[in-house]
Ligand binder design. Structure first.
Ligand code: NDP
Length: 338
């Protein structure tokens, strides 16, 4: 049985990655797209070969679809997610799930109550590189994990220099955009949850309206591991990476905080250096594959709603720390909806 998708949002991310990822599934079909602007909906549908274009949420939810992919600006995710849940549609929602973790929590709780599948589109969990690191750590290949360093400061492409750097009310700023991914990726790779964060943010010349375009965070995890993460919109030449250092070895991953299945992971121990091999499946294709499987009753989405609550609450704590100049605790009960 095929999964018929409705796209909520005529977005760049859907056009660049998610439409292809859905169509890459043997059982994936894009039935309709919704934009708030009727002309944009029509043009987007035409350009992307989508049969139905609508300009209201009701029209989309009343069309013949099984699931929605929400990739509108961040302030709309909650209301659209809630409506889709009410209509009984499975929901794959972009990060951040909402503007506050309390809102994200109520949406994920509503999805659980309704018995629909709810996922957060944290693509990096689907990267072969990050899965290889997670497996190596779990297998004890670096000994006792001690510290992590995440390098995720990039240059925001000109075509995306819109709401992210000018609209606080739309959930702009680098923390809601990139720190959420880093918090999630750290949780995934370490298999551990953060308990505390301390952060500095900056406006280095790109973002206005009081928004930050750079952040450095220091995280403490339940196990005692400490981590640092650097997120930015304004560094053209920094490159990305993820390092994990343990008592008996280090994992050095280069060029892996990205949307593509690229990069390398090096394991360095007393035995020398070993390049880890990993699969190069498209990250978004794997995300949709896991989501379809969950709809068919097999397993869970790669990143669940609970994971989305965690990443947003972590980002929220980082923002609070940057404002108060104090370390902020992260609630250890976040993933539990009971
Ligand atoms: P876009 O700015 O491309 O799209 C967001 C909304 O802006 C669209 O829904 C659309 O509204 C409106 N819009 C788009 N193009 C135009 C235009 N030319 N003129 C006027 N309005 C326009 O955002 P992104 O695709 O970059 O991000 C969307 C969401 O996806 C965000 O929540 C973001 O955080 C997330 N994201 C996630 C990524 C991941 O890897 N997980 C990567 C990138 C983004 P309408 O639908 O009403 O037409």
């Amino acid at each position: 049985m095929s999964v018929r998708w409705g796209l909520i949002g005529a977005s760049t991310i859907a056009k660049q990655f998610m439409i292809n990822a859905i169509r890459a599934q043997a059982d994936g079909e894009i039935a309709a797209v919704m934009s708030s602007n009727p002309e944009r909906a029509e043009a987007y549908a035409r350009e992307n070969g989508i049969p139905v274009a609508v300009s209201t949420l009701d029209a989309l939810l009343n069309s013949d679809i099984d699931a929605v992919y929400i990739s509108t600006t961040n302030e709309l995710h909650l209301e659209q997610g809630m409506a889709a849940i009410k209509a009984g549609k499975h929901v794959l929602c972009e990060k951040p799930l909402a503007l506050t973790s309390a809102d994200a929590r109520s949406m994920v709780a509503a999805a659980k109550k309704a018995g629909i599948v709810f996922g957060t589109n944290h693509h990096l969990r689907n990267a072969g590189a990050h899965r290889a690191m997670r497996e190596a750590i779990a297998a004890g290949r670096i000994g006792k994990p001690i510290a992590a360093r995440v390098f995720h400061s990039v240059f925001l492409p000109e075509n995306l220099q819109g709401w992210r750097i000018s609209k606080p009310e739309a959930g702009g700023g680098v923390v809601l955009d990139i720190t959420v991914h880093d918090a999630d990726t750290l949780r995934f790779v370490l298999g551990d949850d953060p308990v505390e964060v301390s952060a500095f943010t900056q406006s280095a010349g790109m973002a206005g309206s009081g928004l930050e375009d750079g952040a450095m965070c220091i995280w403490r995890f339940k196990s005692g591991v400490i981590a640092q993460s650097h997120e930015g919109f304004t560094t053209k030449y920094a490159g990305t990476g993820f390092e994990m250092h343990g008592s008996d070895g280090s994992l050095i991953a280069t060029n892996v905080m990205t949307q593509k299945p690229i990069g390398s992971v090096l394991l360095r121990t007393a035995k020398g250096e070993e390049e880890l091999s990993f699969d190069r499946e498209d990250l978004y294709t794997r995300s949709v594959r896991r989501f379809h499987a969950a709809i068919h009753g097999e397993g869970r989405p790669a990143a669940t709603g609970e994971d989305g609550i965690w990443s947003l609450a972590s980002a929220e704590a980082a923002l609070q720390s940057s404002k108060t100049g104090k370390a902020v605790a992260i609630d250890p009960q976040l993933g539990s909806l009971d």
